[in-house]
Design a protein around this ligand. Structure first.
Ligand SMILES: Cc1ncc(COP(=O)(O)O)c(C=O)c1O
Length: 458
């Protein structure tokens, strides 16, 4: 069904694009109803000693354990985690990764500057082998934000230009350079001036399209990227998430069109797959769905096996052009324990055939989600790529207006029933389970959502 296109493409919910906020009255009501005195005492301590910010402290609950797809809270309650901050492709605390970490810690636990180590070299070699095209030169960082910063610097060195094009509503990290290219008010408002020359364009969001495509992308958003490339004339790089988790999954030709436009206008293409790399979408890298090769690919999150913070910039071989500068210089750049964890993680993905599982169970879940859409008029759209899935809640299917209040209610109901997930853009139930999830666990999660939707709308 084609939309009337009357919904406000800019959203109208500027502060909850990245996730649910901790200042909502529903949060407080949930705490009062669900937590015991000891948990509340620890939450008070957390609130006393940590700086408060909108996406963490004051926190929701206190965790004591995690294993496989489950978290466990202080009251001993098990929570199926379809959020996991996107670090849990192989689940939490995988035995193979713990074993690799323990072994590595007993020999070389850190790598001082000027030295390298075999796990780091093996990891770089493995990533170069896995990455598409000539993406084969690596820099490691402890976090994704740092890797994005390096990509921006390398693009400046390579092109002699400084401007970027990135997307509204995107997230590339919380540092000043990353929020300058990011497109979320909750990170950008009131902390400027941000980096100059950071042009923003609308994302490929067919459900809330500025050009009114009404749910079927006509690629006008991709053409607009070329329009800006041409008008500016001196853009260093287009930086974007290959697939935004999970508000939008661009159509097949979207990246091809932007890749060609970048080539025509001398700009580099930097794709951020920090949360959605390593099999999440059913391919090792999400860009493999689009048959193009970016100039730089940034990965992270689950790379450290969900235990160690580790990210990587994987650049085109011929971008190895800054030998006389310091692009990264992070203390834990080649941490051997983190690298051993990453090698073990990739081994698990390959040996347990988790990409295949992501494709199979992603298809299964999407079929069930489509059936749920028939039952619940508040579901405006369901979408998925592998095990990155979204259920968009709307006030009205015709207008596509975001049902943010309802989505928050569904979230807190689901948390009470033991299911955790992210809300994106305030109204999109974003489901990202571990890739070794079982069909029974997927069914369990969707049963909870089904019940919560019925309760919240009944
Ligand atoms: C798309 C994207 N880019 C960058 C980052 C930043 O990564 P990190 O938190 O490891 O610095 C994130 C983290 O959520 C992300 O989702």
């Amino acid at each position: 069904m084609k939309r009337s296109g009357r919904s406000n493409p800019a959203g109208g919910t500027p502060l909850n694009s990245e996730g649910d906020l901790n200042i909502s009255p529903r949060r407080q009501a949930w705490l009062n109803a669900n937590l015991d005195a000891e948990t509340r005492r620890w939450l008070d301590e957390d609130a006393k000693y940590f700086l408060h910010q909108s996406l963490s402290t004051p926190c929701l609950n206190v965790l004591t354990a995690c294993a496989g797809p489950y978290l466990q809270d202080l009251q001993g309650k098990r929570i199926l985690d379809f959020h996991g901050n996107s670090v849990h492709q192989i689940g939490f605390g995988h035995a193979r990764v713990i074993e690799a970490i323990q072994q590595q810690m007993q020999t070389l636990s850190f790598c001082s500057r000027r030295y390298t180590n075999i796990p780091a070299i093996e990891l770089a070699k493995k990533l170069a082998k896995l990455a598409p095209g000539s993406l084969s030169k690596i820099l490691l960082t402890p976090g994704g934000t740092g890797a994005i910063g390096i990509a921006l610097k390398l693009a400046r060195v390579a092109t002699g230009r400084f401007k970027t094009i990135s997307m509204w509503d995107s997230f590339h990290g919380a540092s000043l350079d990353a929020i300058s290219i990011g497109g979320e008010a909750i990170f950008r408002q009131g902390v400027g001036p941000l980096l100059p020359g950071t042009e923003h364009v609308p994302p490929p969001d067919a459900q809330h399209c500025l050009w009114g495509c009404g749910g079927e992308c006509t690629l006008k958003c991709a053409d607009y990227v070329e329009y800006v490339l041409q008008k500016e004339g001196d853009i260093a790089a287009v930086v974007a998430e290959t697939v935004r988790s999970v508000p939008f999954i661009p159509p097949k030709d979207y990246w091809k069109r932007i890749r060609d436009a970048c080539d025509r206008h001398g700009a580099l293409l930097i794709l951020d797959e920090i949360p959605n790399c390593l099999g999440r979408t059913g391919k090792m890298f999400t860009v493999e769905h689009y048959d193009i090769v970016p100039d730089m690919l940034v990965i992270g999150k689950g790379l450290g096996g969900g235990i160690f913070p580790l990210s990587a910039l994987i650049a085109r071989e011929d971008l190895d052009i800054a030998a006389d500068r310091a692009l990264g210089h992070y203390t834990h750049e080649k941490n051997p324990v983190a690298c051993a964890a990453a090698l073990a993680t990739i081994e698990v993905l390959e040996q347990e055939r988790l990409l295949e599982n992501a494709r199979k169970l992603g298809d299964y879940a999407l079929t069930r989600m489509r059936a749920m859409k028939q039952e619940h008029p508040v579901i405006g759209d369901v979408r998925g790529l592998g095990l990155l899935m979204g259920i968009e809640l709307v006030k009205d299917r015709q207008t596509g207006q975001r049902a943010t209040d309802l989505a928050e209610e569904v979230l807190y109901r689901a948390l009470s029933k033991g299911l955790n997930f992210k809300l994106s853009m305030g109204n999109i139930i974003t489901l990202a389970p571990p890739l070794n999830i079982t069909q029974e666990q997927i069914d369990g999660a969707l049963d909870i959502l089904d019940a919560c939707l019925s309760e919240a709308t009944g």
